[in-house]
Design a protein around this ligand. Structure first.
Ligand SMILES: [Zn+2]
Length: 351
């Protein structure tokens, strides 16, 4: 009898715990990832720096590359450094921007990548996508997923709570992304990957009804796992589709028009609220409750945006991902219609 199954790529090691980074140096020293300890350590500002020193004590041949910001230029500088000598692997230590830069650079030079997350601000932790700024715009680039992922809850707890809120918003927006994908299947016959949907939805459902404190081990573990599962959803789908719909189109437009408005997960959370409102999504009350409970932005005002500014972002949103069919493309609203819907949305959800 033939046994038919698909093989999926995943990291070899996932370590999510308080004190997880203690396992990093032994993993690198044991020889599976790096035979002689020739690793490049790409480290972002902040907590990563002292961590990099600890690793260097265990791996004296490691070379440290400071990474500042999340631009394509920064990534190119790192790529040049990685090409200057021989390395077995790249270890990225830091938040979302640092990991995206390191993940992209490792992928470009064909080296395995180890991700060490110091905050949980978005689902780039283990995703096959790196988001980098180039010429004032953020672009998404396909990359290899990490060979190992470490999330140290002690480090995460020391990061600003805003990062945890952002990660929560990014995971919860999966529900909107899935609804948009299913809409595209109904309207345009787009094929939907059931395994990717399973991962993406399970991630969001793991968080949506939680009641525990955002800095508890229980919540942070669930969030880290949910972000990881979201990355796996994108890996099996081969695109960001299961975790990025109209919510993300709005988020990308906000980023382009008002770069200081919020972190990725904060702007897509507001995008998810509005997109779910547009489709009259039965999950919207649960999404709203969860975002409220964890202090994640829900309305344009939470990002410091006026209704008019948010309207402009919604109008701009479809052009940020021209190939993606979502509730925004489906409704194809003109400026007046968007303004009316934005006003009604704010009215409905303001206290
Ligand atoms: Zn996202």
């Amino acid at each position: 009898m033939p046994l038919l199954a698909r093989t999926i790529s995943s990291p070899v090691t996932i370590e999510i715990s308080a004190g997880a980074v203690a396992g990093l140096a032994p993993l690198l020293a044991e020889g599976r990832i790096s035979t002689r300890g020739d690793v490049a350590i790409a480290v972002g500002p902040g907590q990563g720096e002292s961590l990099a020193e600890t690793i260097r004590e265990a791996l004296p041949k490691a070379e440290v590359f400071p990474v500042e910001g999340g631009s394509m230029d920064t990534a190119q500088t790192l790529i040049s450094g990685l090409r200057s000598t021989f390395f077995d692997a790249v270890v990225g230590i830091g938040g979302g921007k640092t990991l995206d830069v390191a993940k992209y650079a490792a992928s470009m030079v064909g080296l395995p990548f180890v991700a060490v997350a110091t905050n949980l601000s978005n689902d780039g932790l283990a995703s096959p996508v790196a988001s980098l700024e180039s010429h004032g715009r953020k672009g998404s680039f396909g990359v290899h997923i990490p060979i190992a992922v470490f999330v140290d809850l002690n480090l995460v707890r020391q990061s600003p709570v805003r990062h945890t809120r952002s990660g929560t918003g990014d995971v919860i927006s999966n529900l909107n992304a899935i609804a948009d994908w299913e809409l595209a299947r109904r309207e345009r016959g787009e094929s939907v990957d059931g395994l990717a949907v399973t991962f993406a939805r399970t991630a969001a459902q793991a968080l949506i009804d939680r009641q525990d404190s955002p800095d508890s081990d229980g919540y942070l573990t669930a969030l880290a796992e949910a972000l990881f599962l979201s990355g796996m959803a994108m890996t099996v789908a081969g695109s960001s589709r299961p975790c990025s719909g109209g919510c993300h189109e709005i988020g990308h437009a906000i980023d382009a028009l008002y770069p200081e408005a919020g972190l990725h997960g904060e702007v897509v959370a507001v995008g998810a609220m509005f997109a779910s409102y547009l489709r009259d999504d039965p999950l919207l009350p649960a999404v709203d409750r969860c975002l409220r409970r964890y202090g994640v932005p829900r309305l344009p005002g939470d990002l410091g945006l006026t209704p008019e500014e948010f309207k402009d972002a919604v109008v701009e949103a479809p052009s940020t991902r021209p190939d993606r069919y979502t509730i925004l493309e489906h409704l194809d609203m003109d400026d007046d219609e968007v303004r009316k819907r934005v006003d009604a949305f704010i009215e409905a959800f303001s206290d």
